[in-house]
Design a protein around this ligand. Sequence first.
Ligand code: TXA
Ligand code: MG
Length: 322
Amino acid sequence: MQTRIFSSAEISQAAELLKKGEIVAFPTETVYGLGGNVFSLEAIQKIYQVKGRPQDNPLIVHLSHIMDIERLAIAVPDEFYLLAEAFFPGPLTLVLKRNPNIPSSVCAGLNSIAVRMPAHPIAIDLISAVGNPLVAPSANISGKPSSTNLNHVLQDFQGKIAGVIDGGDCPLGIESTVLSLIDPAVPKLLRPGEITSNQIEKILKRKISSFEKEKDGHLALVSPGMKYRHYAPNAPLRLFSSFLKLSAYIASVPFLKRMLLSSQKIENSFPLCDCFFLSNQTLYNLLRQADEKGYEEVVVFCDEKILNNQALMNRLTKAAEK
Ligand code: TXA
Ligand code: MG
Protein backbone atom coordinates (compact mmCIF):
# COMPACT_ATOMS: atom_id res chain seq x y z
CA MET A 1 0.00 0.00 0.00
CA GLN A 2 1.24 3.49 -0.83
CA THR A 3 1.00 5.89 2.11
CA ARG A 4 -0.15 9.28 0.83
CA ILE A 5 1.23 12.41 2.50
CA PHE A 6 -1.34 15.19 2.75
CA SER A 7 -0.75 18.86 3.48
CA SER A 8 -3.08 20.84 5.74
CA ALA A 9 -4.79 22.07 2.55
CA GLU A 10 -5.74 18.48 1.63
CA ILE A 11 -7.77 17.54 4.72
CA SER A 12 -10.85 16.73 2.64
CA GLN A 13 -8.93 14.05 0.71
CA ALA A 14 -7.75 12.49 3.96
CA ALA A 15 -11.35 12.61 5.24
CA GLU A 16 -12.54 10.66 2.17
CA LEU A 17 -10.12 7.85 3.00
CA LEU A 18 -11.30 7.75 6.61
CA LYS A 19 -14.93 7.59 5.47
CA LYS A 20 -14.01 4.48 3.49
CA GLY A 21 -12.65 2.75 6.59
CA GLU A 22 -8.98 3.50 5.86
CA ILE A 23 -6.39 4.60 8.45
CA VAL A 24 -4.93 8.11 8.28
CA ALA A 25 -2.46 9.49 10.82
CA PHE A 26 -2.90 13.12 11.84
CA PRO A 27 -1.27 15.66 14.16
CA THR A 28 -2.70 16.74 17.50
CA GLU A 29 -1.28 19.21 20.00
CA THR A 30 0.19 16.27 21.99
CA VAL A 31 1.46 13.59 19.56
CA TYR A 32 0.36 12.21 16.17
CA GLY A 33 -2.63 9.86 16.28
CA LEU A 34 -3.44 6.86 14.09
CA GLY A 35 -6.93 7.86 12.99
CA GLY A 36 -9.89 5.66 12.09
CA ASN A 37 -13.66 6.14 11.92
CA VAL A 38 -15.12 5.10 15.29
CA PHE A 39 -18.05 3.34 13.57
CA SER A 40 -15.90 1.30 11.15
CA LEU A 41 -15.16 -2.16 12.58
CA GLU A 42 -12.72 -2.66 9.74
CA ALA A 43 -10.76 0.49 10.71
CA ILE A 44 -10.66 -0.51 14.38
CA GLN A 45 -9.32 -3.93 13.52
CA LYS A 46 -6.67 -2.46 11.17
CA ILE A 47 -5.45 -0.06 13.87
CA TYR A 48 -4.86 -2.86 16.37
CA GLN A 49 -3.13 -4.84 13.65
CA VAL A 50 -0.74 -2.19 12.27
CA LYS A 51 0.20 -0.92 15.73
CA GLY A 52 0.67 -4.45 17.05
CA ARG A 53 -1.47 -3.25 19.95
CA PRO A 54 -2.62 -5.80 22.53
CA GLN A 55 -6.35 -6.48 22.05
CA ASP A 56 -7.09 -5.54 25.67
CA ASN A 57 -5.79 -1.96 25.35
CA PRO A 58 -8.69 0.38 24.43
CA LEU A 59 -8.54 3.34 22.01
CA ILE A 60 -9.18 7.05 22.70
CA VAL A 61 -11.99 8.65 20.71
CA HIS A 62 -11.52 12.22 19.44
CA LEU A 63 -14.41 14.58 18.85
CA SER A 64 -14.64 18.02 17.30
CA HIS A 65 -17.88 19.14 18.90
CA ILE A 66 -19.06 18.71 22.48
CA MET A 67 -22.56 17.75 21.27
CA ASP A 68 -21.10 14.49 19.96
CA ILE A 69 -20.46 13.28 23.51
CA GLU A 70 -23.99 11.81 23.68
CA ARG A 71 -23.16 9.57 20.71
CA LEU A 72 -20.18 8.16 22.57
CA ALA A 73 -21.11 8.01 26.25
CA ILE A 74 -24.13 7.57 28.50
CA ALA A 75 -24.93 9.02 31.94
CA VAL A 76 -22.43 11.82 31.29
CA PRO A 77 -21.77 13.43 34.70
CA ASP A 78 -21.65 17.18 35.44
CA GLU A 79 -17.93 16.78 36.15
CA PHE A 80 -17.40 16.02 32.45
CA TYR A 81 -19.02 19.30 31.38
CA LEU A 82 -17.11 21.29 34.01
CA LEU A 83 -13.78 19.89 32.82
CA ALA A 84 -14.72 20.18 29.14
CA GLU A 85 -15.59 23.82 29.66
CA ALA A 86 -12.24 24.45 31.33
CA PHE A 87 -9.90 22.33 29.18
CA PHE A 88 -11.51 21.39 25.83
CA PRO A 89 -10.14 21.62 23.25
CA GLY A 90 -6.92 20.52 24.93
CA PRO A 91 -4.73 17.70 26.23
CA LEU A 92 -7.24 16.07 28.60
CA THR A 93 -8.89 12.68 28.02
CA LEU A 94 -11.93 11.75 30.11
CA VAL A 95 -13.12 8.18 30.68
CA LEU A 96 -16.93 7.80 30.77
CA LYS A 97 -19.54 5.05 30.49
CA ARG A 98 -19.61 3.76 26.90
CA ASN A 99 -22.71 4.26 24.77
CA PRO A 100 -23.66 0.72 23.65
CA ASN A 101 -23.90 2.04 20.05
CA ILE A 102 -20.12 2.31 20.01
CA PRO A 103 -18.52 -0.96 18.91
CA SER A 104 -17.11 -2.66 22.00
CA SER A 105 -13.88 -3.41 20.08
CA VAL A 106 -13.10 0.34 20.21
CA CYS A 107 -12.88 -0.01 23.98
CA ALA A 108 -11.32 -3.48 24.08
CA GLY A 109 -14.60 -4.89 25.39
CA LEU A 110 -14.82 -2.48 28.35
CA ASN A 111 -18.05 -0.67 29.23
CA SER A 112 -16.10 2.58 29.44
CA ILE A 113 -14.85 4.95 26.73
CA ALA A 114 -12.01 7.50 26.71
CA VAL A 115 -12.81 10.79 24.94
CA ARG A 116 -10.96 13.97 24.14
CA MET A 117 -11.20 17.08 21.96
CA PRO A 118 -7.78 17.88 20.49
CA ALA A 119 -6.55 21.50 20.31
CA HIS A 120 -5.08 21.27 16.82
CA PRO A 121 -6.74 22.89 13.82
CA ILE A 122 -5.90 19.98 11.49
CA ALA A 123 -7.36 17.42 13.91
CA ILE A 124 -10.54 19.43 14.45
CA ASP A 125 -11.05 20.11 10.73
CA LEU A 126 -10.43 16.46 9.89
CA ILE A 127 -12.95 15.14 12.45
CA SER A 128 -15.52 17.69 11.26
CA ALA A 129 -14.93 16.75 7.60
CA VAL A 130 -15.44 13.04 8.35
CA GLY A 131 -18.60 13.86 10.32
CA ASN A 132 -17.89 11.16 12.92
CA PRO A 133 -15.57 11.02 15.91
CA LEU A 134 -12.22 9.38 15.20
CA VAL A 135 -10.34 6.82 17.26
CA ALA A 136 -6.67 7.76 17.43
CA PRO A 137 -4.15 5.93 19.55
CA SER A 138 -0.66 7.42 19.45
CA ALA A 139 0.90 6.77 16.03
CA ASN A 140 3.71 4.41 17.01
CA ILE A 141 4.33 0.68 16.99
CA SER A 142 3.05 -0.60 20.32
CA GLY A 143 5.64 -0.19 23.08
CA LYS A 144 7.87 2.17 21.05
CA PRO A 145 8.26 5.97 21.42
CA SER A 146 5.30 8.06 20.20
CA SER A 147 5.46 10.18 17.04
CA THR A 148 5.79 13.95 17.20
CA ASN A 149 6.44 14.65 13.51
CA LEU A 150 5.77 13.28 10.02
CA ASN A 151 9.05 11.37 9.80
CA HIS A 152 8.32 9.44 12.98
CA VAL A 153 4.96 8.35 11.58
CA LEU A 154 6.56 7.26 8.30
CA GLN A 155 9.32 5.35 10.13
CA ASP A 156 6.67 3.17 11.76
CA PHE A 157 3.83 3.05 9.21
CA GLN A 158 5.05 3.83 5.67
CA GLY A 159 3.31 1.39 3.35
CA LYS A 160 1.01 0.16 6.12
CA ILE A 161 -1.59 2.96 6.34
CA ALA A 162 -3.48 4.87 3.65
CA GLY A 163 -2.23 8.34 4.57
CA VAL A 164 -0.78 10.87 6.98
CA ILE A 165 -1.40 14.59 7.28
CA ASP A 166 1.76 16.64 7.80
CA GLY A 167 1.29 19.18 10.57
CA GLY A 168 4.95 19.70 11.45
CA ASP A 169 6.06 19.19 15.06
CA CYS A 170 3.42 18.62 17.75
CA PRO A 171 3.57 21.60 20.12
CA LEU A 172 3.35 19.68 23.43
CA GLY A 173 5.20 16.46 22.55
CA ILE A 174 3.69 14.27 25.30
CA GLU A 175 0.31 12.49 25.37
CA SER A 176 -2.80 13.87 27.06
CA THR A 177 -3.67 13.56 30.74
CA VAL A 178 -6.16 10.68 31.21
CA LEU A 179 -8.77 11.02 33.99
CA SER A 180 -11.48 8.48 34.79
CA LEU A 181 -14.93 9.82 35.66
CA ILE A 182 -16.48 6.35 35.85
CA ASP A 183 -17.18 7.10 39.51
CA PRO A 184 -17.59 10.90 39.29
CA ALA A 185 -17.44 11.14 43.09
CA VAL A 186 -13.89 9.73 42.95
CA PRO A 187 -12.12 10.94 39.77
CA LYS A 188 -8.94 8.96 39.10
CA LEU A 189 -5.85 10.16 37.29
CA LEU A 190 -4.79 7.30 34.98
CA ARG A 191 -2.01 9.04 33.05
CA PRO A 192 -0.34 12.37 33.90
CA GLY A 193 0.03 14.93 31.11
CA GLU A 194 0.24 18.65 30.45
CA ILE A 195 -2.94 19.31 32.45
CA THR A 196 -2.01 18.66 36.07
CA SER A 197 -3.97 17.16 38.99
CA ASN A 198 -3.90 20.60 40.63
CA GLN A 199 -5.56 22.24 37.65
CA ILE A 200 -8.25 19.53 37.60
CA GLU A 201 -8.80 19.74 41.37
CA LYS A 202 -9.30 23.50 41.13
CA ILE A 203 -12.10 23.04 38.61
CA LEU A 204 -13.77 20.11 40.41
CA LYS A 205 -13.18 21.67 43.85
CA ARG A 206 -12.24 18.25 45.13
CA LYS A 207 -9.18 16.01 45.49
CA ILE A 208 -8.67 13.44 42.76
CA SER A 209 -7.02 10.10 43.42
CA SER A 210 -3.69 9.50 41.77
CA PHE A 211 -2.61 6.38 39.92
CA GLU A 212 0.56 6.30 41.98
CA LYS A 213 -1.32 5.67 45.19
CA GLU A 214 -3.00 2.58 43.79
CA LYS A 215 -1.79 -0.97 43.57
CA ASP A 216 -0.55 -2.18 40.18
CA GLY A 217 -3.04 -5.01 39.90
CA HIS A 218 -5.94 -2.66 40.39
CA LEU A 219 -4.54 -0.13 37.94
CA ALA A 220 -4.19 -2.74 35.25
CA LEU A 221 -7.95 -3.12 35.42
CA VAL A 222 -8.68 0.61 35.48
CA SER A 223 -6.51 1.44 32.46
CA PRO A 224 -5.21 -1.57 30.60
CA GLY A 225 -2.53 0.50 28.82
CA MET A 226 -0.70 1.06 32.09
CA LYS A 227 0.49 -2.49 32.47
CA TYR A 228 2.61 -2.55 29.31
CA ARG A 229 6.16 -1.27 28.79
CA HIS A 230 5.93 1.90 26.75
CA TYR A 231 7.88 4.54 24.87
CA ALA A 232 11.00 2.39 25.01
CA PRO A 233 14.10 2.64 22.82
CA ASN A 234 15.96 -0.59 21.95
CA ALA A 235 18.84 0.31 24.27
CA PRO A 236 18.43 0.12 28.04
CA LEU A 237 17.40 3.43 29.62
CA ARG A 238 18.67 4.33 33.09
CA LEU A 239 17.52 7.18 35.34
CA PHE A 240 19.68 8.99 37.91
CA SER A 241 18.51 11.69 40.29
CA SER A 242 21.92 12.05 41.98
CA PHE A 243 24.68 13.73 39.99
CA LEU A 244 27.29 11.87 42.07
CA LYS A 245 25.76 8.47 41.35
CA LEU A 246 25.42 9.36 37.68
CA SER A 247 29.11 10.34 37.52
CA ALA A 248 30.20 7.20 39.38
CA TYR A 249 28.12 4.98 37.10
CA ILE A 250 29.45 6.52 33.90
CA ALA A 251 33.03 6.33 35.20
CA SER A 252 32.51 2.62 35.96
CA VAL A 253 31.45 1.81 32.36
CA PRO A 254 33.07 4.65 30.36
CA PHE A 255 33.28 3.31 26.80
CA LEU A 256 29.69 2.65 25.77
CA LYS A 257 28.11 4.49 22.84
CA ARG A 258 25.96 6.45 25.26
CA MET A 259 23.27 9.11 24.95
CA LEU A 260 23.01 11.37 28.00
CA LEU A 261 19.81 13.38 28.46
CA SER A 262 19.49 16.29 30.83
CA SER A 263 17.71 19.61 31.19
CA GLN A 264 21.03 21.22 32.16
CA LYS A 265 24.31 21.84 30.39
CA ILE A 266 26.43 18.99 31.81
CA GLU A 267 28.42 17.97 28.73
CA ASN A 268 31.68 19.34 30.15
CA SER A 269 31.53 16.73 32.93
CA PHE A 270 30.95 13.84 30.49
CA PRO A 271 33.20 14.22 27.43
CA LEU A 272 32.65 10.60 26.35
CA CYS A 273 28.85 10.88 26.23
CA ASP A 274 26.68 12.45 23.54
CA CYS A 275 24.61 14.98 25.52
CA PHE A 276 21.18 16.26 24.50
CA PHE A 277 18.64 18.66 25.97
CA LEU A 278 15.62 16.83 27.42
CA SER A 279 12.13 18.33 27.57
CA ASN A 280 8.60 17.15 26.80
CA GLN A 281 9.09 18.39 23.25
CA THR A 282 12.39 16.58 22.63
CA LEU A 283 11.77 13.28 24.49
CA TYR A 284 10.35 11.08 21.73
CA ASN A 285 12.60 12.43 19.01
CA LEU A 286 15.64 11.63 21.17
CA LEU A 287 14.42 8.13 22.05
CA ARG A 288 13.86 7.46 18.35
CA GLN A 289 17.34 8.80 17.52
CA ALA A 290 18.77 6.42 20.11
CA ASP A 291 17.43 3.56 17.97
CA GLU A 292 18.41 5.05 14.60
CA LYS A 293 21.97 5.84 15.64
CA GLY A 294 22.47 2.58 17.50
CA TYR A 295 23.19 3.93 20.98
CA GLU A 296 24.02 1.17 23.44
CA GLU A 297 22.57 2.99 26.43
CA VAL A 298 20.43 6.02 27.23
CA VAL A 299 21.15 7.68 30.56
CA VAL A 300 18.96 10.44 32.00
CA PHE A 301 19.93 12.91 34.68
CA CYS A 302 16.66 13.66 36.48
CA ASP A 303 17.31 16.98 38.21
CA GLU A 304 14.69 18.83 40.31
CA LYS A 305 13.09 20.30 37.21
CA ILE A 306 12.58 16.91 35.57
CA LEU A 307 11.58 15.20 38.84
CA ASN A 308 8.82 17.78 39.28
CA ASN A 309 7.53 17.21 35.74
CA GLN A 310 5.07 14.41 36.48
CA ALA A 311 4.19 13.72 32.85
CA LEU A 312 7.81 13.48 31.71
CA MET A 313 8.82 11.34 34.73
CA ASN A 314 5.92 8.97 34.02
CA ARG A 315 7.12 8.39 30.42
CA LEU A 316 10.77 8.05 31.47
CA THR A 317 9.94 5.55 34.22
CA LYS A 318 7.90 3.42 31.84
CA ALA A 319 10.58 3.54 29.16
CA ALA A 320 13.13 2.45 31.79
CA GLU A 321 11.09 -0.60 32.88
CA LYS A 322 12.58 -3.93 31.89
O1 TXA B 1 -2.60 12.71 23.58
C1 TXA B 1 -3.15 11.62 23.40
O2 TXA B 1 -3.94 11.13 24.21
C2 TXA B 1 -2.80 10.86 22.10
C3 TXA B 1 -3.33 11.70 20.94
C4 TXA B 1 -3.14 11.03 19.61
O3 TXA B 1 -4.65 12.04 21.16
N1 TXA B 1 -3.36 9.54 22.10
C5 TXA B 1 -2.88 8.54 22.89
O4 TXA B 1 -3.48 7.31 22.71
O5 TXA B 1 -1.98 8.70 23.69
P1 TXA B 1 -2.90 5.95 23.32
O6 TXA B 1 -3.78 4.91 22.74
O7 TXA B 1 -1.47 5.84 23.03
O8 TXA B 1 -3.14 6.06 24.85
C6 TXA B 1 -4.44 5.95 25.36
C7 TXA B 1 -4.42 5.59 26.82
C8 TXA B 1 -3.97 4.15 27.02
O9 TXA B 1 -3.15 4.10 28.18
C9 TXA B 1 -5.28 3.41 27.25
O10 TXA B 1 -5.13 2.25 28.04
C10 TXA B 1 -6.12 4.48 27.95
O11 TXA B 1 -5.76 5.68 27.32
N2 TXA B 1 -7.54 4.22 27.73
C11 TXA B 1 -8.22 4.25 26.56
N3 TXA B 1 -9.50 3.89 26.74
C12 TXA B 1 -9.66 3.67 28.06
C13 TXA B 1 -10.75 3.26 28.88
N4 TXA B 1 -11.95 3.01 28.37
N5 TXA B 1 -10.54 3.13 30.21
C14 TXA B 1 -9.32 3.38 30.74
N6 TXA B 1 -8.23 3.75 30.02
C15 TXA B 1 -8.40 3.89 28.70
MG1 MG C 1 0.48 5.40 23.15
